[in-house]
Design a protein around this ligand. Structure first.
Ligand code: ADP
Ligand code: MG
Ligand code: ZN
Length: 653
């Protein structure tokens, strides 16, 4: 749609709104307002003051009117007159006659009522009219899919005073609108203390750019927030703006890259022009790797992207940094960024925003738990321990899933069980009701899972088993064994890595041992075991053959971290053999452990097959022969355990 028409229809709508307001005002005003206020001319006013009749005067600078009253209380009469510009002695005269005067309205409840009624009727109508216009505009936009593209950023949306988005009407289509207040502060970001600390300085710079200028200190023009998805990069950028109380320009890198060459560059120019007007402010470019990709990377060149990047580089060199403009960028692929972006004077500061550690996860859970009603005996620590590797976004999702589950269950508050279930939903997917395992399959899955659990429990350095289940999940898992670390640790010893490999092999080993047959159920275990073994060889220097030689190079560290081999073809073959050896050693180890515990394997697998889900505690008690006296059981499971314990007794005799 063409810009001019758009502007015209906007003006039309505003005019209608004003007209409606005016009509309302004139209809409503007389009944409630003018009834008691008589208009007199200025000379009458002066003489009434002279006669000491006037008891109070109020001046209105804007309307150039004087409202005044005679008498008091019930007998008060209200007047108004137009200010006489030539009368310079008004104040003097009023003081002489002891008339109290002020610049506020003389209290006339009726006239206020007029305005209140106007507000009650008028504002909704105004809102309706404006809303209608916006809707209309949106519809037209989506129908014609005009040349403007998805560039409008209604930054104000969702926040109080969110009409900020209206600021951009009638100007160039390539418009980014500053968000006046992001409504986010550092308090809303948990567990990112290092990142917050690095950003504090930027906040203080934005608050008082002068202080830095007077000393001659140059502040970074740009800082790059680097980390895996969902760790709070966008949130932190908003928090910086919120803390400093400056406008926030938010644009995603992909918004620059358009179909037509030159549009992206124009947008960059426009963005910085606006930022310059609004300084001090923050310009936030999310997913900056979409524009900032290394220019020589790959064979496909993208003229548009290159031009946009060049424009960005130019703007970042050019803007007047004394005014307090800080460009923040966020990316989870820092390795692909163009070097030119990273040199001093541009994004010279790199702020890592890593996955939260145990304490961080707990803090994030606590923060989001504040928004939800929870039972008083909730233990978030367990949840934090059960979620290593979860990002802030995952954790906030877990809290929300728990709340949704509480609602589904018809409860008023979130319980611990909701949270535990939510963790599984986020990790393994929703329970799949449609998949019904046959008894035979259930049996196999039970032996498989108990195989994992026993290998874990029989080894020293393994995290305790916290839950075993054979309820299928939407992720495709037919069952799983959950292990939860007591404490977080950051170093993994070679022994631990080997034990982990054995645990992963435990499922398949159990199937082999019991059924003399193997199934597809171990595919995920195999994938994970292979990856771990490969990393042990190529990255951790844990193989005897290669020792401390790096044979792989990690790509996309923040997006899963695949590694590419950097070695000769011959070595690659040897690596494969080494990986096979590691996994096979672990496999044999798992088989040995399961053979040694074969009776337990039968007992526990039968128990699991009946109960479908057992807790780590139940598992450990049975495994250590402590019985299940104080754990309530269903009749069926009792039958199966008693049978199993008989076998156990036989063994002992
Ligand atoms: P990123 O930009 O790093 O991908 P976001 O900032 O968009 O991640 O985070 C997504 C959501 O996850 C946030 O809106 C917030 O609810 C939650 N979140 C992520 N990290 C944190 C954190 N450190 N503290 C609190 N909430 C967080
Ligand atoms: Mg983001
Ligand atoms: Zn398995």
């Amino acid at each position: 749609m063409n810009q001019k028409k758009k502007r015209q229809s906007m003006i039309l709508y505003v005019l209608i709104a004003i007209a409606v307001l005016l009509v309302l005002r004139t209809v409503v005003y007389p009944t409630f307002d003018t009834q008691k206020v008589s208009e007199v001319d200025y000379s009458t006013f002066v003489s009434m003051v002279g006669d000491n009749q006037v008891t109070q005067v109020q001046l209105d600078e804007n309307n150039k009117t004087i409202s005044f009253k005679t008498g008091d209380g019930d007998s008060a009469t209200y007047y108004k007159t137009n200010q006489f510009p030539g009368d310079t002695d008004l104040v003097k005269r009023l003081t002489e006659h002891n008339v109290p005067f002020s610049a506020e309205p003389v209290q006339n409840s009726n006239s206020n009522l007029g305005w209140i009624v106007l507000m009650i009727y008028g504002l909704p109508i105004l809102a309706l009219v404006l809303g209608g216009w916006l809707l209309n505009r949106q519809l037209k936009k989506s129908m014609t899919d005009d040349d403007e593209g998805p560039s409008m950023n209604f930054g104000g949306g969702g926040f109080p005073g969110g009409f900020g988005g209206l600021g951009g009407f009638g100007k160039s289509g390539a418009k980014v609108v500053a968000q006046k207040a992001t409504g986010v502060t550092f308090k809303d970001v948990a567990g990112q203390d290092e990142a917050k600390e690095s950003l504090e300085e930027i906040v203080s710079f934005l608050e008082k750019p002068k202080r830095y200028e007077s000393i001659g200190a140059k502040l970074p023009r740009g800082a790059l927030l680097v980390g895996p998805p969902g760790t709070g990069k966008t949130l932190l950028a908003k928090a910086v703006a919120g803390e400093a109380g400056v406008p926030f320009f938010n644009i995603a890198g992909s918004e620059f890259v358009e179909m037509f060459v030159g549009r992206g560059a124009a947008k960059v120019r426009d963005l910085f022009k606006q930022a310059n007007e609004k300084a001090p402010c923050i310009v936030f470019i999310d997913e900056i790797d979409t524009v900032g990709k290394r220019r020589d990377a790959g064979l496909t060149t993208n003229d548009e992207r290159e031009q946009t990047l060049n424009q960005l580089l130019t703007e970042m060199d050019g803007f007047d940094n004394h005014k307090g403009i800080v460009v923040l960028g966020a990316t989870n692929r820092p390795d692909t960024l163009d070097q030119a972006l990273l040199r001093p004077g541009r994004f010279d500061r790199r702020i890592p925003v890593e996955l939260p550690d145990l304490a961080g996860r707990k803090a994030i859970l606590l923060l989001h738990a504040n928004d939800v009603k929870m039972d008083s005996d909730i233990d978030l620590d367990i949840i934090a321990r059960a979620t290593p590797g979860a990002s802030g976004a995952d954790l906030s999702n877990i809290i929300n899933e728990a709340a949704l589950r509480a609602v589904r269950m018809g409860r008023q508050k979130v319980s611990q069980e909701d949270l535990t279930e939510a963790v599984e939903v986020v990790i393994a997917g929703e329970k799949r009701k449609s998949t019904v395992l046959s008894e035979e399959e259930k049996k196999i899955v039970s032996y498989h899972e108990i195989g994992h659990a026993i290998v874990a429990a029989a080894q020293k350095k393994q995290a305790p088993v916290s839950k075993i289940t054979i309820v299928p999940r939407t992720s495709g898992a037919l069952g799983y064994t959950m292990q939860v670390e007591e404490d977080e640790h950051f170093l993994v010893s070679k022994q631990e890595a080997m034990e982990q490999l054995s645990v992963l092999c435990g499922g398949r080993a159990s199937e082999e041992l019991i059924f003399k047959e193997i199934t597809t159920g171990a595919s995920n275990d195999i994938e994970r075991a292979t990856k771990l073994a490969r990393n042990m060889v190529t990255q951790y220097g844990m193989s005897d053959k290669f020792g401390m030689v790096a044979l792989g190079e990690i790509n996309n560290r923040y997006l899963g971290g695949n590694s590419d081999l950097v070695c000769s073809e011959g070595t690659a073959q040897e690596i494969d053999i080494e990986v096979q050896n590691l996994v096979e050693t672990a496999h044999q180890n798992a088989l040995r452990i399961l053979k040694e515990n074969q009776f337990k394997l039968h007992e526990l697998a039968r128990y699991l097959q009946v109960k479908e889900t057992i807790t780590g505690e139940e598992f450990m008690r049975l495994f250590k022969n402590e019985g299940l006296k104080d754990i309530p059981q269903t009749g069926a499971s009792q039958a199966s355990t008693s049978q199993a314990s008989e076998t156990e007794k036989d063994k002992k005799q």
